[in-house]
Design a protein around this ligand. Sequence first.
Ligand SMILES: [Zn+2]
Length: 88
Amino acid sequence: MLDPEHEAMKREAEREQERERRLDAEYEWQLRRKRPKYDDGDYFCAVCDEPWDAYGVRIALKGEVSDMTKDEAEKFMKGEGCPCCPKP
Ligand SMILES: [Zn+2]
């Protein structure tokens, strides 16, 4: 039989776990939200909404000559902006 103090600690730990699960879910959602939107053959920059030819982005990711470099394409697909983004 558990004493009341122990019960309270257990509930507290469960609340903490629940809070962490919610934070994880929120973080996942933020990551997904930040991805460039795809529409009709174009990806739209997650930061400045500039449209980029999806084929161009895909070949850039493979390291082929395109309108952005491989590094830029990787950043772009993570939602970190494109070469056209206004610099901060
Ligand atoms: Zn951009």
